[in-house]
Design a protein around this ligand. Structure first.
Ligand code: IPE
Ligand code: IPE
Ligand code: MG
Length: 265
């Protein structure tokens, strides 16, 4: 048995390569408050540690071959929290942009925002827009920040804009709706991860997530590390996505082509 030195503990642990990495992963970063309470700390300490944690997850996403990472940072429902907590969450986001923007840019991360900047404090809204503009040509990872985001609100706004555009009822189909969402040019999430042992979507990507695989873990968000992320992606790789078909159909589709064509499939 090897004894880990402090130095070797800092080396990232070698992990098995993933057979099938999801292109688009969305995360409901939940459990900051409970993480803090368990340590006798204020909820705000949980939010700070949660934010710290995001760094390693963004890096791990690049490492694991994820192309798009959508993170739920603040929901339209989160306005109902105590005013002080809401203010602090806003301040943390602003701090993260100030502190991390250059490094994210250097690492080739393209920052996008989904949700509404209307109603957000001006300075923060400006910083958010600037971060998106500054990183727009990067293509290593798309980091989609769902901030002041609500899935129902997104759909309502899409319908309003479809009506405003004068599109006839008979011309509206699923693709039309998708085209008017914040995520119009992105594929739907393959995998939605929720931390902290909750089993709900909380108004996150309710249209786009119609066929996403869902993975939940008891781990609170500040403790959800690179290894936990890898575990989630490994679990995803073992799932069979059927999209309404039968398992046998999917197996046949995945069989090597020549075998299939010989009529032996
Ligand atoms: C998630 O952690 C962070 C945000 C919603 C901004 P919570 O603050 O919801 O943590 P719990 O659910 O109270 O533990
Ligand atoms: C969802 O978490 C929102 C974010 C992670 C930003 P919540 O903690 O707000 O969700 P509910 O209220 O428990 O469903
Ligand atoms: Mg929560």
């Amino acid at each position: 048995m090897t004894v880990l030195t402090r130095e070797s503990q800092r080396e990232p642990q070698r992990l098995l390569p993933l057979e099938k990495a999801p292109a688009h992963v969305a995360i409901i970063m939940d459990g900051n408050g409970r993480w803090a309470r368990r340590r006798g700390l204020p909820r705000t300490a949980g939010h700070r540690h949660g934010t710290e944690n995001l760094r390693q997850i963004i890096r791990a996403a690049v490492e694991f071959g994820v192309r798009i990472l959508t993170i739920y940072a603040f929901s339209t429902e989160n306005w109902s929290r105590p005013r002080r907590e809401v203010m602090l969450l806003m301040r943390i986001l602003e701090m993260v942009i100030d502190r991390e923007l250059q490094e994210l840019h250097d690492e080739g991360v393209q920052i996008r925002h989904i949700g509404e900047l209307d109603g957000i404090e001006k300075r923060l809204a400006r910083k958010m827009a600037e971060a998106c503009a500054y990183t727009r040509d990067n293509n290593r990872l798309i980091l989609n920040v769902a901030f002041n985001y609500g899935g129902r609100d997104e759909i309502v706004r899409a319908v309003q804009r479809i009506v405003e555009a004068g599109i006839a009822a008979r011309d509206i189909n699923e693709a039309t709706i998708s085209d008017y969402l914040y995520t119009s040019d992105l594929p739907d999430p393959d995998l939605i991860i929720r931390t902290s042992g909750e089993f709900r979507l909380s108004n996150f990507l309710i249209w786009q997530g119609a066929y996403s695989e869902i993975y939940t873990t008891e781990t609170y968000w500040p403790d959800f590390d690179r290894l936990a992320f890898h575990r989630a992606l490994t679990a995803y790789g073992k799932r069979q996505r059927r999209f309404g078909k039968t398992g046998e159909q999917i197996e046949a589709e995945n069989r090597p082509r020549d075998f299939h064509e010989n009529g032996q499939g």
